[in-house]
Write a protein that binds this ligand. Structure first.
Ligand SMILES: Cc1ncc(COP(=O)(O)O)c(C=O)c1O
Length: 429
């Protein structure tokens, strides 16, 4: 992973995507011509076809899906199922193994509750990285508390981040034991922005430990293949991949799916209650989806997948990678810039759209305000990460409040040039 990349700026700028044309698909940029949106890891902007899909549902054929005998209702149910097929093929799984959720946070909580609550026994262990997003780690602490109330003690073992920004593999190796049942991993870290080499970690943990993968920051940026990633669960949000907020997905491998129990029941749940509650779900959707779903958001996810496929996942990946490497190359010699682990430290030849840093002498929250005054939107603050026990030696590092720049297909090299010019002005003054 460690390399000090020196690809020429001109080579990085060689066009992969027609960003002028692409930006025209996003009405937000025409409405805000001065906007420099560098916060796509928080949420992406939405293309017109996604907005049209949502409007069409509310303005032209609003009904509940599959609840009535009239045509709109069955058409909407069919549209949800064809969206499921489309999203399943986008991540290389069967539709039976994919449930729609409200987003990554709900998916990650569902893994802990619908699988963990019913399958972890007293003495079992799970592993996670406390520097991952809180949505990926807090559900396990919550589960630990719930299981403790039932008299079962599970251990949560930590592994850390290597100084360059990927997982500390030797800590994973050292933490494993015959009691390890699951490891929670993130595909691309939301602050450090590196690909965490999941297949390599599968090699370390072996075939029996389940992998719960948070793909929130990789889906929509690069091709995602749950088979190649060797994960048992994979969680993601639609709103980070051009769809509306309020929809996400949970993929579950058969071996884990068969061990799950529903944590919510209602509306369409396939249950019988005579002789005790029995749930007979034929697929993951039936097991986990209850009540009226977020129909327009689900439909928007299908259109977002069409949009990404039309641009080409590899093209998005290459363009975003070039932007990230370009940004790092332009920033690396600025005085007083401290990079967070990630491309800024490893100097990798490939980037995933995220670079985090801070400036000597300027608090990141102040810098974020200065950038805001220039219509440059970035993220500052705690980034929903760094769950630390007080007193741990890396608590000081936990205080680092970085500015996170995060980019997507619609960002341009001219924006990066302008961004770096603004930084240079801030540094000089
Ligand atoms: C890595 C990661 N996981 C989980 C989440 C939670 O996503 P959501 O708020 O869409 O549920 C985020 C959101 O920023 C994230 O970056």
């Amino acid at each position: 992973m460690v390399s000090t990349c020196n690809i020429s700026l001109d080579l990085l700028r060689a066009p992969v995507l027609d960003t002028d044309a692409l930006r025209q698909a996003f009405p937000i940029f025409a409405a805000n011509p001065d906007l420099m949106y560098l916060d796509s890891a928080a949420t992406s902007q939405k293309p017109q076809l996604v907005l049209d899909t949502i409007e069409q549902y509310f303005a032209k054929n609003c009904a509940n899906a599959g609840r009535a005998s009239y045509s709109w209702s069955s058409q909407l149910q069919n549209a949800i199922e064809s969206t499921r097929q489309k999203v399943a093929s986008f991540i290389n799984c069967q539709p039976n193994n994919l449930a729609f959720t409200s987003g990554a946070t709900e998916s990650l909580n569902t893994v802990a509750m619908a699988w963990g609550l019913f399958n972890l026994a007293d003495g079992d262990e799970i592993m996670l990285c406390p520097k991952d997003h809180k949505s990926a780690i807090l559900p396990w602490y919550n589960l630990q508390k719930i299981l403790a109330a039932q008299g079962k003690q599970i251990s949560i073992k930590h592994f850390g981040i290597h100084e360059v920004g990927d997982y500390e593999l030797k800590e994973i190796k050292a933490g494993l034991s015959p009691k390890t049942k699951l490891i929670a991993l993130t595909h691309v870290h939301h602050v450090f922005g590196l690909d965490m080499e999941i297949p390599e970690i599968r090699g370390i943990v072996g075939p029996d430990v389940l992998i719960s993968l948070d793909a929130s920051q990789s889906i929509g940026h690069e091709p995602i293949d749950v088979v190649g990633l060797t994960c048992d669960f994979m969680s993601f949000s639609g709103h980070k991949m051009f769809a509306a907020p309020g929809v996400g997905g949970l993929y579950v491998h058969d071996r884990a799916k068969d061990a799950m129990q529903p944590i919510k029941l209602g509306g369409k749940s396939p249950v019988s209650v005579s002789g005790g509650l029995k749930v007979e779900a034929k697929n993951l959707g039936e097991l986990l989806e209850v009540g009226t779903q977020n129909i327009p958001a689900i439909l928007s996810l299908g259109r977002a997948v069409d949009f990404i496929n039309e641009i080409g996942q590899q093209n998005i990946q290459k363009h975003v990678s070039n932007l990230t490497v370009y940004l790092w190359q332009k920033m690396k010699d600025l005085p007083g810039v401290y990079f967070a682990p990630g491309i800024g430290v490893c100097g990798c030849e490939e980037g995933f759209g995220i670079l985090a840093f801070r400036l000597e002498q300027v608090a990141s929250s102040d810098l974020a305000f200065t950038l805001d005054a220039e219509d440059i939107f970035v993220r500052s603050g705690d980034h929903c990460a760094y769950l630390q026990d007080k007193g741990k030696e890396d608590a000081a590092e936990a205080q680092d409040d970085y500015i996170r720049v995060s980019m997507h297909a619609y960002n341009t090299f001219d924006e990066i040039d302008q961004f770096v010019q603004v930084l240079e002005c801030v540094i000089k003054n």
